[in-house]
Design a protein. Structure first.
Length: 102
């Protein structure tokens, strides 16, 4: 092949449902939509604020499942940001090219 390699751009798409969602993503989205449908049946929608409050579960879950470049979705971005901000920020070099910082 003349030293040319063909590497797929995203090899994880075959493991995902519809090439985008994990089972947890679909459960989260379905739960948000289910709660919204339940609220639509039992809450009287007389004002704009009540409509917004009733639609919030589905909108929040849809926002968290929204795919973005370089990450899986917004839920992954938020969890990575929380992990970065709550764990140790000082990284100690332990490499082979220097003598442990001495």
């Amino acid at each position: 092949m003349n030293n040319q390699y063909l590497i797929p751009a995203n090899t994880k798409n075959g493991e995902l449902i519809f090439g985008v969602f994990t089972p947890f993503d679909l459960i989260l989205l379905g739960t948000g939509i289910g709660i919204t449908l339940f609220l639509l049946m039992f809450i009287e929608l007389t004002s704009t604020s009540s409509v917004i409050l009733v639609l919030m579960p589905a909108l929040i879950c849809a926002f968290l499942d929204m795919p973005i470049p370089y990450y899986h979705n917004m839920l992954v971005v938020i969890s990575e940001a929380i992990t970065f901000l709550t764990h140790r920020q000082k990284y100690i070099w332990r490499g082979w090219c220097i003598r442990n910082g001495k």
